[in-house]
Design a protein around this ligand. Structure first.
Ligand code: ATP
Length: 458
């Protein structure tokens, strides 16, 4: 897709999200608050479906435990993990308009390989070598200061009185809550190596330039799974998880050609291997999920800092060992942006232009809408309400709409991606069947009321 079209698509998605109540800018009535967005009704339902699909995939394994760890953790956790010293992004400011940028992103945009894991000295050297090519995306001037490492950990305070407030970190990833509980889960049983721990939860990062809507936020949600294995089996499990994670996206209805693997050019010193799944977002290919083979670094660090033995026992060799970790980590919000971009379409139906979100039925926020053909005919309304209540009891996300003509009601449901619209007419009262209209093709078919559940159950 050419650049202008991509930008248009992003703008259309942002405006549809606000108009139809998927996502609103955070603190909007106070002028907004950078890097935050609030989810509205349909956004919440969409998130719920994403999280449930991910959890279901994890539940399909018998050896994956679930956990919900605290957002507030002892500050030592983040010292042990290396976040207090090493978790930063390269910040560079435009001297003219004072806009802050990620130096690695500016370099990447002009085709120079760079990433946030480079040392301050390394990235400054690269930046200086390319200064003549680099300009501010806001004021277009080529006048930057030097690159500094900006710490990403967000902080808060806890305490009774201001004078004894303790500075604490808000978690920057859910993974650390998993590492510090791995021994608890192992000891509590019934899980044993190899096994995984899965967690969904909010995380916070002081991102330098939150941008691209839901792609880079300061408060976002992660779905992470850490798989603990014997070192001799780690490579095999890593390959297995890579395959499984890519397959997962077909369950969300994502077009295959929009996904690809990208290996990390610059591995952190402890990582054994690291690949990202990238999606072709409207602004280009970028990371959606990380699938990383992290070795024993994390457990070793927590063993060192906490003094607690993190080893497991290998029955085969009768020896203790520190498990290696295969990690899969994806953001809920980035997934939502991907789903919206993947689903957004404009076409013509019945001679009228329409906007349609072609969500896979299992992720669509509303599964089906139920309409009485006419709102002023009590028998139709009563029958429609009866069907609506029965389906709602079964699925939850069913909507009733009797407002405006049928065409308008279809358009409204198309815009929020409802796969099926069910209309109750006079024939329904006599013959016990209803019209089911398919969102994508607009085709209508008569379906017996007793077959409705089967028809819409994806
Ligand atoms: P990036 O390179 O884009 O900053 P990252 O490598 O720092 O991402 P991870 O720390 O590996 O990301 O986090 C795992 C996942 O969490 C990412 O693949 C992404 O889906 C999500 N994620 C990370 N940062 C953000 C953010 N600021 N806003 C929304 N989602 C995010």
């Amino acid at each position: 897709m050419e650049k202008q079209k991509q930008q248009d698509l992003m703008e259309k998605i942002v405006s549809l999200c606000k108009r139809r109540g998927f996502v609103f800018p955070g603190s909007e009535i106070y002028g907004g608050f950078a890097g935050t967005y609030d989810y509205g009704h349909y956004g919440v339902l969409l998130r719920k479906n994403v999280i449930e699909t991910w959890q279901q995939v994890m539940r399909d394994h018998d050896n994956i435990a679930f956990i919900e760890s605290s957002i507030f953790t002892a500050p030592r956790v983040w010292e042990a993990s290396g976040h207090t010293t090493g978790f930063s992004d390269p910040l560079v400011s435009c001297k003219k308009c004072r806009t802050n940028h990620r130096a690695d992103h500016l370099l990447e945009a002009v085709g120079v390989k760079a990433d946030e894991k480079m040392s301050e000295a390394q990235i400054n050297k690269l930046f200086d070598e390319n200064r003549d090519k680099l300009k501010c995306s806001v004021c277009e001037k080529k006048d930057f200061g030097s690159v500094r490492a900006k710490k990403l950990l967000a902080t808060s305070t806890l305490g009774m009185f201001a004078e004894d407030d303790q500075e604490v970190y808000l978690r920057a990833e859910t993974a650390q809550g998993i590492y510090i509980n791995y021994k608890n889960i192992l000891d509590a049983g019934p899980f044993s190596i190899p096994f995984g721990i899965a967690q969904v939860g909010k995380v916070f990062r002081n991102e330098i330039s939150p941008r691209q809507f839901l792609f880079r936020k300061r408060e976002f949600e992660q779905m992470e799974m850490q798989y603990f294995v014997h070192p001799r089996d780690a490579k095999d499990f890593y390959e297995k998880w890579k395959e499984e994670r890519m397959t997962y996206y077909s369950k969300l209805g994502i077009k295959k050609e929009k996904l690809r693997w990208k290996r990390h050019d610059n591995l952190v010193f402890y990582a054994k291997d690291a690949w990202d799944i990238q999606y072709e977002f409207p602004f280009g290919w970028d990371e959606l999920e990380g699938v990383h083979y992290r070795g024993d670094y994390d457990l070793n660090q927590h063993q060192k800092y906490s003094g607690v033995d993190m080893s497991a026992y290998d029955e085969e060799t009768k020896t203790h060992f520190i498990p290696h970790v295969v990690e899969t980590s994806v953001g809920v919000d980035r997934t939502i942006l991907m789903l919206l971009a993947n689903a957004y379409d404009e076409d013509e139906m019945g001679g009228e232009k329409r906007v349609v979100l072609r969500f896979a039925p299992n992720v669509a926020p509303i599964k089906a809408a139920v309409f009485p053909l006419l709102r002023n005919k009590p028998q139709l309304v009563e029958k429609a309400r009866e069907i609506f209540r029965a389906l709602k009891k079964m699925f939850g996300n069913i909507i009733f709409d009797d407002n405006g003509n049928i065409g308008k009601r279809y358009r409204r449901q198309d815009e929020i991606g409802t796969p099926f619209c069910i209309t109750i007419d006079f024939d329904s009262l006599e013959k016990g069947d209803v019209t089911v209209r398919d969102r994508d093709s607009g085709k209508q078919e008569r379906v017996k009321i007793e077959d409705l559940v089967k028809k819409i159950n994806f």
